[in-house]
Design a binder for this molecule. Structure first.
Ligand SMILES: *Cc1c(COP(=O)(O)O)cnc(C)c1O
Length: 375
């Protein structure tokens, strides 16, 4: 089966009632008189299982686990670490991942290095004897840097490390890291997978049976499990993932070109543009280039005025929903990164991150055009 067929049918096979959608099993526990499969709902739930089968199919994985949030999935993966271990991360990781490492992991005796992973040789150079995890994101947030999936997975493997790819920005429709040799794929299902800005959820996909057993054990032990209703909402969302992603890509391609030509815009960061420094590698490992577009205003001081003028696009954090959302990383998603470090990393005051939605592209373009007059 191909992508959309799997997305629509795996996990939603009609049960004895003939219903074309799985039931939402609101239960905390299970009678064990006639079955031994389900014990307690932190450990398992049939609606969650339906979602997990679907998520595994989307990433071409043998196994998937659903979580209460992307961060729930991420922190559960971190139970693979023990005192004395070291982690190599791409320098433009999600703010919540940056926060977990800089604020919590050192308390547990775990060290880390952030590297510019657009050069795989930087990743190789940062690996130490005690490195246990290579943690990458591609495209990155908010700078849209692209990491070479094959090269970085190989570096991890050669050094006996577990490789983790946060695939949230690409979605499984555009990129499948397991097929390039990654061990674990993590998603904030809050974003493109669910796709409607109505649920917070996360997922981990993998094909290695041993890693799956470890992750499943850790999920039950830590408890960041999704509710049955949230599981259902994500499963409903993934059915339209392919058509949504195609439209996200159409709109983002059109708007990245428009912004690139606009005199109030200094630079556009979109891997689909020929001028993007990692366009070549992006074209090799992604089917299309996604719905996230970042850009830098010529006049950073005008960022707030520009954002306040927008009428169709909503000023908000998060991404990947049907509605366009726009935000100012320096004062919103990345405000917790110290200013000097933020600027060193390229998150300047003029940087804008745009999650291009599924509205008519002409309306989005007209809205940007009128708001850019304030910039
Ligand atoms: C949102 C996000 C997360 C965290 O997911 P939550 O569902 O908000 O907990 C992790 N990684 C990336 C790339 C994200 O965009």
């Amino acid at each position: 089966m191909r992508f959309s067929t799997k997305a629509i049918h795996v996990g939603s096979e009609p049960d004895a009632t003939g219903a074309v959608n799985p039931a939402v099993y609101f239960t905390s526990t299970y009678s064990q008189k006639a079955q031994g499969d389900y014990v307690y709902a932190r450990g398992d739930n049939p609606t969650r299982r339906a979602l997990e089968r679907n998520l595994a199919a989307l990433e071409g994985a043998k196994h998937a686990l659903a979580f209460s949030s992307g961060m729930g999935a991420i922190t559960t993966i971190l139970t693979l670490l023990k005192k004395g271990d070291h982690v190599v991360l791409s320098d433009d990781v999600y703010g919540g991942v940056y926060r977990i490492f800089t604020r919590f992991m050192t308390n547990y005796g775990i060290s880390y290095d952030f590297v510019d992973a657009t050069k795989a040789s930087n990743v190789a150079a940062a690996v130490k004897k005690n490195t246990r995890i290579v943690w990458m994101e591609s495209p990155t947030n908010p700078l849209m840097k692209i990491v070479d999936l094959k090269a970085t997975a190989r570096i991890a493997k050669e050094n006996g490390c577990v490789s983790v790819m946060d695939n949230t920005f690409a979605s499984p429709y555009l990129q499948n890291p397991l097929s390039f040799g990654y061990d674990l794929v993590v998603h904030s299902a809050t974003k493109y997978l669910a796709g409607h800005a109505d649920v917070v959820s996360g997922a981990v996909m993998m094909s290695d049976g041993e890693l799956y057993e470890k992750m499943k054990y850790a999920e039950n032990a830590l408890g960041a499990v999704p509710s049955p209703m949230d599981s259902y909402l994500v499963l409903r969302g993934t059915k339209t993932l392919a058509v949504r992603m195609e439209r996200h890509c159409d709109n983002a391609e059109a708007l990245s070109g428009f912004l690139d030509d606009h005199k109030a815009v200094e630079r556009v960061l979109y891997p689909g543009l020929k001028g993007h420094p990692n366009h070549g590698i992006a074209a090799k490992q992604m089917r299309r280039f996604g719905g996230m577009v970042s850009f830098v205003l010529q006049r950073p001081a005008k960022a707030k005025a520009f954002l306040r003028k927008l009428e169709v696009t909503t000023l908000a954090e998060s991404l990947g929903g049907v509605e366009s959302l726009i935000e100012h990383p320096a004062t919103m998603t990345h405000a917790s990164v110290p200013k000097r470090e933020r600027e060193e990393r390229g998150i300047s005051d003029g940087l804008i991150r745009f999650s291009v939605g599924l509205e008519d592209v002409e309306d989005l373009r007209d809205d940007l055009d009128q708001a850019l007059r304030a910039a």
